[in-house]
Design a protein around this ligand. Structure first.
Ligand code: PLP
Length: 409
């Protein structure tokens, strides 16, 4: 009999991966499924990056690399941090991993012991609580209401910190809400963190370049340099350069933490893919035009989706400052019924109704710690997005109500 270790029972499969898989399965049965669940750019990796990978292969860069990343890529990462964020990191303060996800995984696995707490502002990227749980820790989710722009408030942070707190997870721009912290907002959180020197900060900046309008990107180590010696700044090439499948992410922080993470990585993947690392060097040091071009396109799509959704009775969404998701409220629909008489009581019911009745795959806010909302990705063509919004509108129009609760006779 197969024996699954108890640690695995603490976690669930990634809801976004599962939703994508379910959409593919339903499509294979002949249904016209439109999936707006993707957490990845729909653009191609720029040609000069692919060419760098081909050159690396031809030059024989096909062997194991240093566990924590090639010297060339670490140098490119150091250059990126200095040039874009004003942050100086030495080579032993940088690790390259198989995606930002592995970097985050390494960090928590190396530092979180049984019962240690990890503060996760909600809405959160689905993996933070599960990685904390896998490490034996306790995710402490702190609600960041829509009325506060889905951002962590300093007083709420202060209240959530205990003697067992190891990490604060910060993600800006945020998946799923797009919330993007200003310098002043980060400085206010830093004020609280100064009073709690045992708390480390993991900032997940993977959506740094997907930022719209007047919003400006800032990261904690830059805003509060005195906290740099307890901050791990995580980033990667997946979203900025449309390179999700290449699996390259990186982190920068104090050398003792990086050393521990490299040790762990030496016993898991042995290091990231050599060819993808060469491609990431080209991404970080080569032409950057694709970033601005993609950003312009995303900004238009964002405005299209937000306007279309807000025109639907009962759906409400704010304009996200960053990332490529809209996070819309569906709570006004709770209590209504489908034509089959099924009551919509949760965001899960609403998302299931969209899939069943309209062949539209979306993600339920409960997966992100906010059960009143649902997430649509706008990393899709404008035609797909408009069709998606039409399906949401039709799904809404099918509902009627309110629910009449009949007392049992
Ligand atoms: N962090 C956030 C907030 C994300 O949304 C994602 C991917 O969806 C990642 C990290 C993972 O990035 P990578 O592809 O580099 O592992």
């Amino acid at each position: 009999m197969l024996h699954i270790a108890p640690r695995l029972n603490r976690i669930k499969p990634s809801p976004s991966s599962m939703a994508g898989q379910r959409a593919r399965e339903l499509r294979a049965t002949g249904r016209d499924i439109l999936s707006l669940t993707a957490g990845e750019p729909d653009f191609e990796t720029p040609a000069h990056i692919k060419e760098a990978a081909i050159r690396a292969m031809a030059a024989g860069q096909t062997r194991y690399t240093d566990v924590g990343g090639t010297p060339a890529l670490k140098e490119a990462i150091a250059g990126k941090f200095l040039g874009e964020n004003g942050l100086a990191y030495a080579s032993n303060e940088i690790i390259v991993g198989t995606g930002a996800k592995q970097v985050i995984f390494n960090a928590l696995m190396c530092t979180v012991a049984a019962g240690d707490e990890v503060i996760v502002p909600a809405p959160y990227w689905v993996s933070y609580p599960d990685i904390a749980l896998l490490a034996g820790g306790v995710p402490v989710c702190v609600d960041c209401p829509a009325a506060m722009g889905f951002k962590l408030q300093p007083a709420d942070l202060d209240r959530a910190i205990t003697g067992r707190t190891r990490w604060l997870m910060l993600n800006s721009p945020n998946n799923p809400s797009g919330a993007t912290y200003t310098r002043a907002e980060l400085a206010a959180l830093a004020e609280v963190l100064r009073r709690h020197p045992h708390v480390w900060i993991l900032t997940d900046d993977i959506y740094e370049h997907l930022i719209y309008g007047d919003a400006e990107f800032a990261t904690m180590a830059q805003v509060a340099p005195d906290l740099k010696d307890r901050t791990l700044t995580v980033n990667g090439v997946s979203k900025a350069y449309a390179m999700t499948g290449w699996r390259i992410g990186y982190g920068a922080g104090p050398s003792a933490l990086i050393k521990a993470m490299v040790k762990l990585q030496s016993q898991s993947t042995s290091g990231p893919n050599s060819i993808a690392q060469a491609a990431a060097v080209a991404a970080l040091t080569g032409p950057q035009e694709s970033i601005a071009a993609n950003r312009r396109e995303y900004a238009q799509r964002r405005d299209t989706v937000v306007a279309a959704l807000n025109a639907i009775d009962g759906i409400e969404c704010a304009v996200p400052d960053g990332a490529f998701y809209v996070f819309a409220s569906c709570s006004a629909l709770f209590g209504l019924r489908t034509p089959q008489g099924v009551a919509i009581q949760t965001c899960d019911d609403w998302v299931m109704h969209l899939l069943d009745a309209q062949n539209l795959a979306a993600l339920q806010g409960s997966a992100y710690g906010v059960p009143t909302h649902f997430r649509l990705s706008f990393a899709a063509s404008t035609e797909q997005l408009l069709e998606g919004c039409r399906r949401v509108a039709r799904g809404r129009d099918e509902l009627s109500g309110p629910v009449i609760h009949q007392e049992p006779q």
